[in-house]
Design a protein around this ligand. Structure first.
Ligand code: NCD
Ligand code: ZN
Length: 345
């Protein structure tokens, strides 16, 4: 038996959904995490500060009794987003970031941004008042191969935007490529990246070898092995610019297991077990706290959590349910394809 005590972690990119799904998944996050950046891609999306305030109340109402968990709200950037509303929402403490989804990039992103020029007034205001922009960094035009969409986004959208507005703080969310890691490492200021649990564990073979495996399909899609290795090296490096954003994204099984399955992998329930395994494999258990509990708050200008959690390595494998019943339907849990021995006690 081996124990590892770390500050209570936070999740800097999480999909909680709404209604029955929200009620069915939130305990898996609030059990281990103190806070999470909540994605706004509901239907309809969370666009205004009033939408975010109402959604926050629904999240708090869905929490299991006694759990303390702080949802950190984001707004979904549209070409019509009002800079004054963003500023007022931020000043009140409610709005922690604004999320850029290129239109059509992923689940529920049709109201996203088509022409970034139209969003410049709000981006300029955010740069001025210090509101971070969280980006889903993929281009969406049909001429760009899905495995190249992150690298092309950096070159054609992100880098020009950062040159135009160097004061804007940008979180490159769920980085999946060596290109993304290298771009963040080369930056001097105002750029950081979140990394998911599953992208540290799977490469694209998990989705495609031996039959099509919809439960390993997410966006941005997992890439080649050399990219996974670059993500691992960044995550365990202790570099303050990299932190955990699980991108845990529940979809009920019938919407994943069909001819046109949804993107999203559900990892909230076993993320800390998976991460301890990965960090131990990399000989970097001493860096897990930086990745999961320290670097994120530093980037978002928030205090680290006072409480701690204890991870324990046990001889017997820890088991998680293969699926959880959410009230909205069954959701398949991420299977790392190796036995897990670390658990949160
Ligand atoms: C997310 C979802 O289902 O909302 N899916 C995913 O594959 N990650 C959207 C997103 O973050 O891209
Ligand atoms: Zn996401």
């Amino acid at each position: 038996m081996q124990d590892l005590v770390i500050r209570r972690p936070d999740d800097w990119h999480l999909h909680l959904r709404d209604g029955d799904m929200l009620k069915g998944v939130i305990a898996d996050t609030s059990r281990h995490f103190a806070r999470a950046i909540i994605m706004p891609n509901l239907v309809p999306p969370v666009v205004t500060a009033a939408d975010a305030a109402a959604y926050r109340e629904r999240i708090l109402a869905a929490l299991p009794a006694g759990d303390r968990f702080e949802p950190l709200m984001t707004l979904y950037l549209t070409e019509g987003t009002d800079p004054d509303d963003v500023e007022a929402g931020h000043k009140s403490g409610l709005v922690k970031a604004v999320k850029l989804y290129p239109a059509g990039a992923t689940t529920n992103s049709h109201s996203g941004v088509r022409n970034i020029d139209k969003a410049m007034p709000v981006l300029e205001r955010m740069a001025k008042i210090g509101v971070p922009l969280c980006v889903h960094g993929e281009v969406t035009t049909s001429d760009v191969d899905i495995f190249d969409r992150e690298a092309v986004f950096i070159e054609t959208v992100l880098d020009p935007l950062r040159k135009r507005l160097p004061e804007l703080k940008v979180t490159m969310e769920h980085v999946t490529t060596k290109d993304g890691i290298d771009y963040i490492k080369a930056s001097k200021a105002n750029l950081a990246g979140s990394i998911t649990t599953h992208h540290l564990i799977i490469n694209r073979n998990a989705i495609l070898v031996g039959g099509i495996k919809p439960h390993y399909y997410c966006l941005p899609v997992a890439k080649r092995e050399n990219h996974r290795l670059a993500l691992r090296a960044a995550a365990v490096s202790g570099d303050k610019r990299f932190f955990l954003g699980t991108d845990s994204a529940p979809h009920v099984d019938p919407l994943k297991e069909c001819a046109c399955g949804c993107a999203g992998i559900y990892t909230s329930i076993n993320t800390m077990s998976c991460l301890a395994h990965v960090f131990e494999e990399e000989g970097a258990l001493d860096k897990l706290e930086a990745f999961a509990s320290l670097n994120g708050p530093a980037w978002y200008g928030l205090p680290v959590n006072d409480e701690t959690i204890t991870l324990r390595k046990q001889a017997d494998a820890v088991t998680y349910p293969k699926k959880i019943e959410t009230g909205a339907g069954l959701v398949t849990v991420f299977d790392p394809m190796f036995p897990l021995h670390w658990t949160v006690v």
